[in-house]
Write a protein that binds this ligand. Structure first.
Ligand SMILES: [Zn+2]
Length: 134
């Protein structure tokens, strides 16, 4: 039995971070659907089934490159969210000792010590210089 399954899975994609996320999302949508009435319930159950079916489709797919590209896009998107969240968290933690600015030319977030009066800030990323009160 195990041998047959392994034979079936040979050359197929399997699971990755995106399929784990889709499975979790499917179950969350399914739980939410239980709380909804009428047509909203039907539509959310349908969405949950689609998410789970899509996860199985990806797992058993033989188009490995396409599945890897999808997972790569998902990971890049997830990284953008976690990086933005970490930046917000660090800005909050350091709010008493540092002042944060956005560079006017490249929009990078810059950090300068607080309470130093008027400073000439030079962006490390693009080299643009501007004055700011700290
Ligand atoms: Zn800049």
């Amino acid at each position: 039995m195990k041998q047959k399954f392994l034979q079936f899975m040979y050359g197929r994609y399997g699971t990755d971070a995106l399929s784990k996320f889709l499975t979790c999302a499917g179950f969350v949508v399914l739980i939410v659907s239980m709380l909804l009435p009428g047509i909203a319930k039907t539509l959310t159950v349908l969405l949950a089934v689609l998410l789970i079916v899509f996860t199985y489709y990806r797992t058993f797919s033989k188009k490995l490159e396409k599945r890897r590209a999808e997972n790569g896009k998902y990971l890049a998107l997830r990284r953008r969210f976690t990086d933005a969240w970490k930046l917000r968290r660090d800005m909050w933690k350091q709010r008493k000792t540092y002042k944060f600015f956005k560079c006017p030319s490249c929009r990078a977030v810059l950090r300068v010590p607080k309470g130093k009066g008027r400073l000439r800030v030079v962006c490390k990323k693009c080299g643009a210089a501007f004055e700011k009160r700290t």
